[in-house]
Design a protein around this ligand. Sequence first.
Ligand code: COA
Length: 282
Amino acid sequence: MHEELGQNVLLEESILIDPNDEKKGRILLLLINRPDKLNALNKYVSSELKEVAKRVMEDDTIRVVIFGGSAPKPPLEGKKSKPYSFVAGADISEFKDKKSEEIFEIFSNNCWEAIWNIEKPTIAMIDGFALGGGCELAMSCDIRIATGRSVFGQPEINLGLIPGGGGTQRLTHLVGYGKSLELILSGKFIDAEEAYSFGLINHICNPEELKEKTIELATLIGSKSSHTLSIAKKAVRVALNTPIDEGILKELRVFSDLFDTEDKEIGVNAFLERKTPQWKGR
Ligand code: COA
C-alpha cells in the first residue's frame, strides 16, 4: 500500500451485489486519493492501480470495478477549497527533466493499459476534472458516468506533448476521428453536456446521486453470470480491431460456445420457469 504524507493514495470500498448473499460477489469501488493535487496520477498511484488491476483478476469475488476520485478536503481557514476532480492528468511534476527512453520505459507498463486489460466490467465514476491521463483513465474503463460539473479534455498539447496513455487511440475509437482531433489539437476543456452529446460519457447525473447511480448500474451488471460478462466484453473488444465480417464470425463462435456452459442452461431454464437465475460463473 503506497502512502503519501501518511495517506493511502488509493482508497477501497467493497459493496455486496446482493447484501443477503455474499456468494453473489461484490463491487470494488476505488478512489484515487490525492485531492490536494486534483488526484493527479503520480508514480505511487500508478503503481497502486497496476497492483489492484492484477488483484481484481485474481479475486473471483470481485464482479465489477468502479474507479473514482476523492472529493476535496475542507479548506484550511482563509484558503479556498480545491475543485472537484476525477483525475486531472498524469502528475506533470514527474515530467520535468525526463527524456524519451526513461518515459518510454515508464509508459510501456502503465496503469491505463492495466485497467483496460481487466477482463471484468469497469466503470469510471467522474465528478470534476477528467483531463489528460484522467480522461484516458476514464476511457480505459468500459462505461463512464459523470456529474454535470465535470470537465473533460486532452490538454497535453499545451505542454508540447500528446496523450501517452492510449488517448489518441481510445478517444478516436470512442468519439470518432474529427472530435478526437479537435480535442487533442486544441487542448480545450469541454463540459459534461458536450462530452455526453458525442458519446464520450454514457450518463450525466447530479453530484448527490453519482455514487448511487454508479453502484446501481454496477449491481445490475454484477448480477449477471461472471463468465458470460467476460465473454461479452471480449466479443465487443473484437469490434475495435477486426473487419466487421471477421468480427461477426468470431461472435458466432463465442456465442455458440456459450451453449456448452452451465450458465446458459441456468439462464434459459430460469427464464422458462420464471425464476431468478443462480449463476455458477462457468
Ligand atoms: N499534475 C500535477 N499537479 C497537478 C495537476 C497535474 N496534472 N493538476 C493539478 N495539479 C495540482 C496543482 O499544481 C495544484 O497544486 P498546489 O496547490 O500544490 O499548487 C493543485 O493541483 C490544484 O490545482 P490548481 O491548478 O491550483 O487548480 P485550479 O482550479 O486553478 O485549476 C486545472 C484546475 C485542472 C485547470 C489545472 O490544475 C490544470 O490545468 N491542471 C493540469 C491539467 C493537465 O494539463 N493535465 C494533463 C497532464 S498530462
